[in-house]
Design a protein. Structure first.
Length: 95
């Protein structure tokens, strides 16, 4: 079974980023917020619950667990941020 998520940056507010996300067949139905600067700097501990790191504001329609797909998008965004110190503008997770 294929797993496909698309996401794109909606807006920035200081160090926080607001992302739209959804299945590749959806129209970005979900919304989540990240503050990777706080995570990288240590202000937010790496032991913090993922629901606090990836704050789902509105789950996408197909995300029955409300957090799983947003966390997958986070993994791609986090890797990019660690390398560039910039939020990824858009992308996807495909497995």
């Amino acid at each position: 079974m294929a797993f496909c998520i698309d996401f794109k940056l909606l807006r920035m507010d200081d160090t926080k980023a607001l992302y739209l996300y959804g299945d590749c067949s959806e129209n970005f139905e979900g919304l989540f917020e990240l503050d990777l600067e706080k995570l990288i700097s240590g202000e937010t501990s790496f032991n913090t619950d993922m629901r606090e790191v990836v704050k789902v504001i509105k789950p996408c329609i197909s995300d029955t667990e409300s957090q799983h797909k947003a966390n997958r998008a986070f993994s791609k965004i986090y890797k990019y941020y660690k390398e560039t110190k910039e939020y990824l503008l858009e992308g996807g997770y495909y497995a």
